[in-house]
Design a protein around this ligand. Sequence first.
Ligand code: SF4
Length: 221
Amino acid sequence: MEEVFQAEGADYSRRPPRPGIVELHRQIMAEAESLVSPVAVWCEVAVKDFGQEEVILENGQKLTSRLLVRTAGTAEKLILFTVTIGSAMDNRTAEYSKAGEIMEAFISDAVGTAYIAKSAIAALAKLEEKYHRSGLETTFPMGPGHSYWRAMEDMRTIFGILRPEQVGLKLTESNLILPRKSIAMVIGAGSKLPDFKGKSHCDFCDLQNSCKMRTGSGPIC
Ligand code: SF4
């Protein structure tokens, strides 16, 4: 529930939430258990080269982020991955909104946000473990749509390689992912990566001082 409160931007450090609010959160979180269906898809692509602003993949396609170049330009490969909790939470939130149950819709949306963040962190931990076991270092995850990686068209490149349509994901015309509670990100893996220990993509994001999802553990958004 703490994580749901965080996704809502609620601060209960001085005064605890009213019992009615806690109970409503409990109900919506219990409902979410049967609606959330986390799935991850990932694949690796060899890095062919890099320039000042782009990393060039083995198939000649480019991903254009200076931060990606700084952290993963020297990587041997990039791991592209996407995680979704499916569309049922989006649908339930929309139902609440349509019925005028605004508080329920707000909480339902935040529960979905907390679930996708947790699912993505779990998927990332498995990927990191796999590459660390094979002796490679990994970078922190980065994704298009942030101030450090503005080229949203790169989402299409990532989707073209990953083909996550197989798990029900698609892109809108403006390259946003549907269902909404989904993420697509990239990490680099290699034996000679620059040292960014203790950093996460939040340290390079313009929203770092106002973002309600930022935590010390380096969130995924
Ligand atoms: S969690 Fe917030 S601060 Fe971190 S990268 Fe995402 S938007 Fe930026």
